[in-house]
Write a protein that binds this ligand. Sequence first.
Ligand code: AMP
Ligand code: GLY
Length: 429
Amino acid sequence: MNILVIGNGGREHTIVWKLSQSSRVDKIYCAPGNAGIASQAECLDIKVEDIDGLFQAARDKKIDLTVVGPEIPLSLGIVNHFEKNNYPIFGPTLEATEIESSKVFAKYIMDKYQVPTASYRVFKDYYQALLYLQQQSFPLVIKADGLAAGKGVLIIEDLPQAEKAISQIMKEHKFGKAGKRVIIEEFLTGEEVSMLVFTDGEYFLPITPSQDHKKISDGDQGLNTGGMGAYSPVPFFDNKTQEWVLKSIFQPVIKGMKKEGRKFKGVLYAGLILTKEGPKVLEFNARFGDPETQVILPGLKTDLIEILCATQEENLNQIKVEWTNQSSVCVVIASGGYPGKYEKGKTIVGLEDLLNKQDTMVFHAGTEKKNDKIVTSGGRVLGVTSWADTLTGAIEKAYEGVNKIHFEKGYYRKDIGKKGLNFSPGKNI
Ligand code: AMP
Ligand code: GLY
């Protein structure tokens, strides 16, 4: 099979790497890709927003299956476009993607199908939102309805902060159209877990749970980022809770989406928070997570292409998915200054020491090749992922790998995976 993967991050590098191990895959293309992806796939210089360009490439290269990484092309209707032309593609339609691209729609689905989430109000009018905020106690959470590159969620500590936020979103249009409606919701506390499933719209298969580390600094301090690392599985998210989540969250949502005429096919991702009252949904995503994918796919024993095809062809109930019992950890190395301003073009050294390892893989995100050298080209640069029989072992190996890699002003968190150790009952850790 010829495969086209869309995207250029660590998630897409992981998908390409996994697909490259399949005997059914002949050739992989990636648009636009990065310097790491280039060693397993032919990179095509097409932007993820260029739906026509991507379709043209799928036609020219005789692609048998296109796999969409990021949310932007999904929200632009890439799946609708490919399907209309009878080109197989993995991912949800524009209508189904709304579960991620509109937080108001996600709340509508959760209300209608009785899925636990934070209590909330929706506002279209600045003055009404302001009046409401003046009557609330803090902290609370303000969310722009639409896609805002992960920046549209604000944890608000007091009224002056709330007034500033609502003015920036609704009057100054900081997030453009994404902020036309806002959600003001209850602030929840608890550990967060990413639970993903493959679904063909009817049937679904769970993926090993993982935990992201969204804050820039150790101990979950500082600004939010795209994710500074992850680990999987999550020792404190036990089987019983998982079963409950599958039955009380995924089942009604997948059924509900079909009922609404928005059958969801692809990977459905629930960002959960484990509150004292039980797990609640913070958000849904319509795709694989980043950096969650980097720790999930190394543990997949079944051929990934088989699962992607069964999802796309709507016969997921006919396959069995197997996972290893190992733990994996991904530590992201970012450019100094990220998530704020940072410099690009720094030469990366030490990558060759980590090639061909049995238990470590360096997934590239913001990298490019310049004059035969690999240099930084983004905020999150690399994700060093290791797997081992225990979480402790995987953490040690990942940091061993991180210590071999250097570039000027490179930054990483030192505590990825630690929460899994702290919360565990102490078995097999
Ligand atoms: P979201 O994009 O909705 O997942 O939000 C991004 C991050 O904001 C989450 O991973 C949480 O850390 C935080 N967050 C979102 N909603 C809430 C909430 N209701 N209470 C507390 N934290 C939240
Ligand atoms: N790790 C968060 C996300 O993929 O949205």
